[in-house]
Each structure stands twice: as C-alpha cells, then as structure tokens.
Design a protein around this ligand. Structure first.
Ligand code: IFM
Length: 730
C-alpha cells in the first residue's frame, strides 16, 4: 500500500456511510461518482455528477446539477446468498444469512483507483474473497472501468451476477430525467435519457465481461446483464464492467450518442482493463508531478494536502472550458452544484500554480458567462458585468431567494444573491493572478481583460457618491452573519484594488495589444470620463479605519454591537451563531469567516503596514467562529505571514481535516472544495511565503512549524516548472 497516499477504511463503518461516500469519491474532471457500493444500500447517497448538466425541476427553487444514472451496480449472489455488508436498513452487520469476515477499502490518491476487499461467507458455508476496483479514466473523459475478482477460499460456490445501469435516480427526490430509453442485448445494456427542463440528453452504456453466458434481462424497467458460474475450490474469476457516457454537451447531434457509446465500449473491450488502468495511472502521475506537495515531519498534514489536492484534481474540467467547479466539487448534492467565489479565490489558485491549463478552463467558464453577468447588472440598474453570487450553466443569478422550510415552518430570506457583490472582484482577482503566474498574455488579451474591465465598469456604476466620498451600501462581505451592511471594508477596499488594476491593465493593453485595447475601449465604452471616474473612486473611496486603534473596521457600527468572546465557547461542535441563535448573533460581533482577514490574505502589505495587519488579526481572530469552512485556511495563511506560528499550524490542521474528520457533520453533502484549495494556499502562500514580487519574480519567506523537517513542491511560473524545498534547521 502506498504510504501517505492512501485513504483507508478499516474495518467497515456503517455509521459513517455517507461521510465515507464523499471521501471515497472518484472522478476525472468530466464526472465524479461518490463511493457508494456496487451492491447498493438504503440510506446511501449514490451520486454521479456530470459537469454542466443542470436542470430546473418542478418544485425545486432553483436549477441544480443533476444526479446522473448510477453506473456502479454489480449485484453478486454466492450460493444463493446475496452479497451484502449490512442489511437494508443500515443497522446490523451480518446480512441475510451471510457473514462479513473481513473488510478493507482504500483509495489510492496517487492513481485515483478505489479498491475494496471483502471476505464473505455465504449461508452455505462457502467463503469468497472479493476484490472490487474502479476508476474513472483520467485519460478518457467518457470511460469508467470496474473489476471484481472473486476467489473461492472455501467451498465450490455458485456465483450469480447482475450488472446494470440504474436510471432510477433523483436529487433528494427531485426528478430531473424524462424520456428514459433502456435497452440491451447480451453483455451490453444502455440508458438514454433527457433532462426535463433544460433538455440535455445523456447516454450511458455498459459492457460486462464475465464467465458464463451473459444475457440481458428486463426487470422493473431496468436492463440487467445476467450470468452465473461455479468456482472450484481456490479458483478465481474476474468480472470487468466498462461504462461509457456521452451527453448532448459533447455531441451536437444527440442521435449520435448511441453510436458513440458503443464505439467507445468496443475500444475499451479491445484494450482491456490492465492496459486502460496503465494509461489512466500515467495521466495521474503527470498530475502529481507538479501538484504534489511533500511535507516531512508531519504525516497527518502530508496526507491532508494530498487528499485535498486529489479532490480538486478530480473535479477540475480537463477538456471543457464551459463548466466550473461548484462549492461541493462534484462529490455531493450540497449547494446544488452551484459555483461561488469559492472557485476563483480558493480552488483556482492551486490549479493556477500547478495545472495552469485547468485553471484557464475555469476562467473561461466566467468569460462565456459575461452575457449573464451583463444581464444581471442591467436588471439591477447598473452597467457592465455583475457576476451572480451562485452560478450554473446559464450565467444567470441562481441563488435561491428563500431557504428550505425550517423546523418551525418558516423560511428565511437569503440575501446573498442580492448583496454579496464582491464576487465581481473575486473573479477579476482570479484572472489577474492567473495571468501574473502563467504569463498567458493571449488569454488576458482575448478573454481575461474583458472580464476585469467590464466588472470594473459595473463597480463604476455601482458606487454611490455621497458624504463627499464614495460609498457602497447594502453589501454582504465574506462574513455572511452581517447582511446588507453599508461600507463593508472588504468590498470597498477590493473595489479600489479592482479599479486600480483595471487602469493598469488598460495601460498594459495599450502598449502590448493596441488593437485589442481599442476593441475593448469601443465595446465597453471605456471613455476618458469613465477612466477618470475610476481614478476618482480610487482616491475618494471610504475605507472604514479606526485611526486611534490603527485597525480596519469591518463596517461602520461593527464595534457598537455586543462583544462575544468566541474562544470562551470552546470546545464546541456548533457554530457560535447556532449556539446564540440567528436573531441574537447578528446583533453581536461574532464573525462567520475571514473577512478583514481575507482582505489581508489577498492584499498583504499592499493593504497596510505590518503593525496594522497584526492589530487587525488580533482584533478579528477572537471574534470569528469559523462557521464557514472557508475560514480556517485563510487564518492559517495570514497567521503564518504575521509570525503567529501556533495559530497558523492550528488553523492549517483544522482546514486540512474539515472533510476527513467531518468536523461540521455535513460532509455527506460533498467535499468542501474551498477548504481544499485554501489548505494549499495556507501552505504555499502562508507557511512558505511564496509570492510574486513587483517584477513578477518568485520570492519566498518560509515559516515552517517547528516540528516539520521540510516542505517541497513544484509550481509553474511563466511556463517553467520551478522546484522549491524549504527546511527547518536540524
Ligand atoms: O461561498 C461560501 C460562503 O463564503 C460561505 N457559505 C458557503 C458558501 C459556499 O461554500
């Protein structure tokens, strides 16, 4: 077993069924499938999410990423005893007459291969050793492979096999599929179906290779590939199942999906499992070549950085620049697959530094959605491009306006779609960071500049000139506990940053791509008056700051509210907001997540001198309850930069273990993608202090925790792979 590369479940933990399903997700950037089992259980959250397949089903407030047909099912019966780990109700071990004698599940993060080994005794007394393997081919978006090895350890068992694609799936009961066509013959089965509102067609086909004569049987509307055979003592059999998938997003003519599915199946069958696996693993090795970070001296942290990077890599689209990564990656139904600022400020940077092609795909998703952003700006009476707080395939705002019904029957108004407008600047930050690290001028000139400039146009129209300065009212900053506040320092200061970058960008374009400078000037109406206004805003924007205390003020009035010493509530499993109750906590200084501290992470010493940054941190850290998973990593990053080593490692460990430990109890809904990306940034930007200087050169200022021996990693800098290794003095 590869050390510190392997996620292991040993023995089986039925009480952690849904948590483990999320952790053991496999994927290839086109789709991801949770770690549910081939035999299926009541209570499982079996989910395959395919990038870009959104649908707005009846009875659901907003569109959501659709749970696609389940390609995993392989049901085995041993001498008439169904192979199961637990009973249907997920409570008792020792299922229907059979007994589980041994169990271990491993996910090799280095290869993306999920393996499960089970020793199972049938009611007849026959004992079989089962080894299940699966992977979603990284070298081929459209192909998934499974292998089951069955060894007769005792007895001469008769093995019955049913393999199928299960189209009877939903998103928490919401039905998204219609016009399901199911069929098959011999070892092949197929499902072709269509989303009932958005009209995406999806097809899946599977081919089973197994001993015995394989027939297709229709049962309950499902096409099963069925076979049976007998094993002699110590004999083994291998089953292989290949599944292919295409959607109308891949093929303009949906009538070609059937042909494409079967052609790819023919190729997979001809190539064979081990060859496919080798090609798949070679692709993974390329990923890790630049994306791995090695930590000597701290095994838990070493494992956590690999685990978090794995989850970013399996969800990052490789060949599609029209989709992006949702807050829960592709690993669960949480947040309905919607794309938030989590992508550009948390998930994107590790890709920018280690897999720039993937980073570019994510930014192109925003470029392709400028029309939606312009529509949102216009609908709200502004100019330019105003990205939605929650985004799907259309680019329109898809934040629900109301929460689900609460236990008391009420619903809570959700304001983020109206007021969390800093998303516009966050996207611009991601674009410029990508450009500076990669030197991808072509991207900037053709696409990125338009994003940065048209979102700047939005801010130019959004700010309010009053009280002899510029202000921005009715905002939600990163701290979502305080809604619709005026002059969020995070937002106002990031707008100043955004407009200054936009002006610098205009100058750069004029000297490096004058035709495009003119094209954008004309298209976006970047008149001298407009640029002069940006300059004026930069100079006269209100940045709430307490001169006496030398701290930034999160928003005026913040310190007039009740002070709650958050650390006094430790140890706790709930957020302090949950402990105090919503209506009280919003009138206190309890902060959900890094807000001023987020500003410090993004702007560093460009924001203020070190003493002010330290004052800020000492002020806001004890007020933050980390009610959001986005918070700890940013605190780790900033604490490391401020030389607060103990806080830095504590917050770093917290960030890296959010999913592994399920601290918040909600990992069943999916991986916290932002915490994964934040963990990398806390390490590379925070603990190692890697950054680009004013000339675009790399500098570092490592502050390794005292118990670490070294940290090593590679980054791509302007097309070149650069290696770093930092050590602690022995
Ligand atoms: O984008 C975040 C937000 O900052 C905090 N609540 C959850 C969202 C999705 O992760």
């Amino acid at each position: 077993m590869r050390r510190l590369w392997t996620l292991e479940e040993f023995p089986f933990h039925p009480e952690r069924l849904n948590h483990c399903e999320t952790l053991f997700t496999i994927g290839n950037g086109y789709l991801a499938t949770r770690g549910t089992f081939e035999e299926g259980y009541t209570g499982e959250l079996s989910t395959t999410m395919v990038h870009g397949i959104f649908n707005h089903a009846k009875g659901v407030l907003v569109p959501e990423l659709v749970n696609s047909p389940n390609w995993l099912p392989i049901h085995l019966t041993i001498d008439g005893t169904p192979f199961r780990l637990i009973n249907q109700n997920v409570t008792t071990l020792n299922p229907t007459g059979g007994a589980v004698l041994g169990y271990r599940r491993t996910l090799d993060l280095y290869t993306g291969v999920l393996t499960r080994e089970v020793l199972f005794r049938a009611e007849s007394g026959s004992i079989v050793r089962l080894v299940f393997e699966r992977f979603a081919c990284l070298h081929d978006d459209h192909l998934m492979a499974q292998h089951v090895q069955i060894v007769a350890v005792d007895g001469t068992p008769v093995i019955e096999v049913d393999s199928f694609i299960d189209h009877r799936v939903s998103n928490n009961e919401a039905q998204h599929w219609t016009d399901v066509a199911v069929g098959g013959a011999g070892p092949r089965t197929q499902v072709i179906t269509r989303t009932n509102q958005s009209g995406y067609t999806l097809g899946m086909a599977a081919h089973l290779i197994a001993p015995g004569a394989i027939n297709t049987v229709m049962e309950n509307g499902v096409a099963l590939s069925r076979t049976h055979f007998t094993l002699q003592l110590q004999e083994s059999a291998d089953l292989y199942k290949y599944t292919t998938i295409f959607t109308s997003r891949d093929l303009a003519d949906p009538t070609q999906i059937g042909g494409a599915l079967h052609q790819k199946l023919d190729e997979a069958v001809a190539e064979g499992f081990s060859h496919l696996q080798s090609r798949h693993e070679r692709e993974w090795a390329h990923y890790w070549d630049t994306s791995d970070v090695q930590i000597e001296g701290d095994e838990a942290s070493q494992f956590a950085v690999r685990f978090t990077m794995y989850h970013i890599l399996i969800s990052a689209p490789r060949h599609d620049d029209d989709v992006s990564i949702g807050a829960k990656t592709l690993s669960g139904l949480g947040y309905k697959g919607h794309v938030f600022w989590d992508t550009e400020l948390f998930i994107l940077p590790p890709l920018t530094l280690t897999q720039p092609k993937l980073a570019r795909n994510l930014l192109m998703y925003r470029y392709h959605r400028l029309a939606g952003a312009r529509h949102k700006a216009q609908a709200n009476g502004y100019e330019g491009a105003m990205f939605p707080w929650e985004s799907t395939d259309t680019g329109e705002e898809t934040t629900p306006q109301w929460s689900d019904v609460q236990p008391d029957g009420s619903r809570i108004r959700i304001w983020t779609g109206d007021s969390e407008q800093h998303i516009c600047t966050d996207v611009a930050y991601g674009v410029l960071q990508y450009w500076r690290w990669t030197g991808d001028d072509e991207f900037l000139i053709k696409y990125g500049a338009e994003i940065v400039l048209d979102t700047a146009v939005f801010w130019g129209s959004r700010v309010e000139e009053k009280n002899d300065r510029y202000e921005i009212s009715q905002q939600i900053g990163p701290d979502e506990y305080h809604e619709n506040i005026d002059n969020s320092v995070f937002t106002n200061r990031m707008v100043v940053w955004h407009l200054s970058e936009a002006l610098k960008l205009m100058e750069w374009l004029k000297s490096h791509a004058s035709t495009d400078a003119k094209r954008l000037t004309d298209a976006l109406h970047l008149t001298p008056e407009r640029l002069a206004k940006w300059q004026d805003i930069i100079q006269r924007m209100y940045i709430p700051f307490d001169l006496e205390k030398q701290i930034h003020i999160q928003f005026p009035g913040f310190f007039d509210m009740e002070f709650i010493p958050v650390p006094h509530y430790e140890p706790r499993t709930l957020s302090v907001q949950a402990i105090l109750g919503h209506s009280r906590s919003i009138q206190t200084q309890v902060i959900k997540q890094a807000d001023v501290v987020m500003l410090m992470a993004l702007l560093g010493e460009e924001l203020a001198s070190m003493p002010v940054l330290l004052n800020n941190f000492n002020t806001y850290f004890p007020r933050t309850d980390h009610g959001s998973s986005l918070s700890p990593a940013i605190h780790a990053w900033v604490a490391a930069r401020l030389g607060l080593a103990d806080i830095a490692i504590d917050m770093f460990e917290h960030a890296g273990s959010i999913d592994l430990n399920d601290n918040k109890g909600n990992v069943r809904d999916g991986i916290h993608g932002a915490a994964c990306g934040g963990t990398y940034q806390a390490l590379v930007f925070g603990i190692c202090g890697l950054k680009l200087d004013a000339n675009g050169e790399l500098t570092a200022d490592p502050q390794l925790p005292s118990h670490w021996k070294s940290v090593s990693f590679n980054v791509n800098h302007r097309g070149q792979k650069k290696h770093f290794r930092f050590t602690n003095p022995a």
